[in-house]
Design a protein around this ligand. Structure first.
Ligand code: AQP
Length: 331
């Protein structure tokens, strides 16, 4: 590994159109590490198939997710951008770490419980062992820091436990990663059900604002957002709808909660929702424009994927050779 720089790894599943939750909780933060860290940003397609995907859509979204990374400011020359299934080390280390991850640990994962409920017709083994593959993603690159939303904290802690367990058995093999959870936007909630996370696979289109939504759609969705009967813009745990809108407004404008409360004092929710919609649509406009340019050039995206996979594979092979040797596999 590059001795001078620490390593950052993160990924997003191409399992749906990306939301402002994915943007504010994860992708927007990625570029802040590009200068000081060796950064690996991956489109995690192996994770996406834990839920049934339509093949043509999965393929299209893989290109789109890569293009969105770039449209959100990730320069392919400064960051290693790649697709998980293009680097075989992920699946290989994923299997190995399955054998060092306990059934009881996996049984406690809240995402497994949530997704098993949502996809009761397809509770497959991959959905259950997802965290071991996620641990492999990070440990393969000797990752120091993982920028994620708070919903991934439990998986991250499990990855740390697995890394420490492996290191204890075989001696120092993996860097134990730390999470980077942006305190301002750790969890963006659904607009329709503000006590639930905004998720790209939510079937209710009005609950979710997609990064690539048109301004009209964004305005319409914020106008319909669930609030409460008080008509007071105030940040409070017992006002989840309003607090979520304030979090989104703050993320796009940089204003503090106090400023936002002062700005809308004595005004109804109508004005507030319009302002949040405007700020969000304006903030995303440059991303949408850049995305349209990038997605039109498939050959360039393929070149980025290829170069990224080659670079990532180099580092992955180094870790895998160490892991194989330690376990006792014949090289
Ligand atoms: N609502 C959110 N608020 C803050 N961060 C979020 N993230 C996702 N939703 C929010 C962060 O985005 C990154 C990528 O997520 P993922 O694609 O790996 O899967 P996920 O967490 O399961 O995201 P979704 O949108 O809920 O996908 P589906 O619906 O397919 O399950 C992660 O860093 C995540 O924390």
């Amino acid at each position: 590994m590059n001795q001078d720089k620490k390593t950052v790894f993160s990924g997003v599943q191409p399992s749906g159109n990306l939301t402002i939750g994915n943007y504010l909780g994860a992708i927007k933060n990625f570029s802040r590490f590009s200068d000081e860290y060796k950064t690996f940003y991956c489109v995690v397609d192996l994770h996406a198939i834990t839920v049934r995907q339509v093949p043509a859509e999965l393929r299209r979204r893989t290109y789109e997710t890569l293009a969105l990374y770039m449209a959100c400011g990730l320069d392919e020359k400064k960051n290693t951008l790649f697709v998980q299934s293009h680097v075989p080390g992920h699946a290989e280390l994923g299997w190995i770490l399955d054998c060092y991850t306990m059934f009881g640990e996996l049984s406690r994962m809240t995402q497994f419980k949530d997704k098993s409920q949502k996809h009761s017709e397809n509770i497959n083994a991959g959905l259950f062992t997802y965290p071991a593959l996620m641990a492999a993603d990070m440990l393969l690159y000797q990752t120091d820091l993982v920028p994620v939303g708070i919903d991934q904290k439990q998986h991250l802690e499990l990855a740390r436990d697995v890394a420490m367990r492996f290191n204890q058995i075989y001696g120092d093999t993996f860097t134990v990663p730390e999470g980077y959870i942006s305190p301002d936007t750790m969890k963006i909630m659904s607009l329709a059900e503000p006590t639930a996370k905004m998720s790209k696979s939510d079937p209710n289109q009005n609950a979710v604002v997609y990064i690539l939504d048109s301004k009209d759609d964004i305005m319409r969705k914020f106008k319909k957002a669930v609030t409460d009967s008080e008509a007071e813009v105030r940040y409070s745990e017992d006002k989840p709808g309003v607090s979520n809108l304030m979090t989104i407004y703050r993320a796009f404008t940089g204003k503090s909660f106090e400023d936002i409360e002062a700005e809308f004092a004595g005004k109804g929710y109508g004005d507030f929702k319009l302002a949040v919609g405007e700020a969000c649509a304006d903030g995303l406009a440059p991303v949408r424009e850049e995305f349209a340019r990038l997605i039109a050039d498939k050959a360039h995206l393929e070149a980025v994927m290829k170069a990224g996979a080659e670079e990532a594979s180099y580092y992955a092979r180094r870790t895998m050779s160490k892991v194989r040797r330690k376990i006792g596999f014949v090289n």
